[in-house]
Design a binder for this molecule. Sequence first.
Ligand code: PEP
Length: 252
Amino acid sequence: MRRPFIAGNWKMHKTVPQALELVEELRGLLEGEEGVEIVVAPPFTALYPVAQVLKGSVIKLAAQDCFWEEEGAFTGEISPVMLADVGCAYCIVGHSERRHIFGEGSREVARKARALLTHGISPIVCVGETLEERERGEALKVVGEQMEGSLAGLSGEDMARVIIAYEPVWAIGTGKTATPQQAQEMHAFLRQWAWEKFGGDVASTLTILYGGSVKPGNIQGLMAMEDIDGALVGGASLRASSFAQIVKGGKG
Ligand code: PEP
């Protein structure tokens, strides 16, 4: 009932020529793939040129962040209107690098998510605990609070267009993946959380991605878990061959 969903977060990588080379290669490897939502999130500077290559493709475009206002004196920021204009279907918000390096909190994440929805863009809302929080036995509490804050003000109808990404901070870019069982435990908790807050229809159709050192070798074990619907992939999305293998492995 939930369609597998694989998204590649390119972070601060790829000049325009490099981005075009990668996306052209991805089109060659993935065009015609069915039964899976495939998404790439290049840096802002490459969104427009990548969008031109993706016209008519099954691969969808995402941004990595945005600001919540439509326009104005906000030097350095990019609005949801601008993202819609270049053809973004999705936008990542609340990535742990935004939360931990740039000090973003769940209040800001919720404002961004609401603004994106207003402009027809689906937010990919990231949550996840640090290693210290997990070791203190607080992972579920911390992630539950991030869900509460980051989805504040959203209705059940809004939630039908929201994607959740569980990314334990200790697994991002470290080569340490959560075991499928650890990830499943959190995903089941998140679905239960959505059930209590928004009801069974929202919870049962909610797409919940896992992120944290996903590779071609571990995607199948993760996707075999009942509540894991896909992956948000960082490092392994920077090469067409490994991202395409993850997409194909994720489809099952
Ligand atoms: C990410 O950036 O969201 C991520 C999960 O990175 P990596 O796959 O490199 O751990």
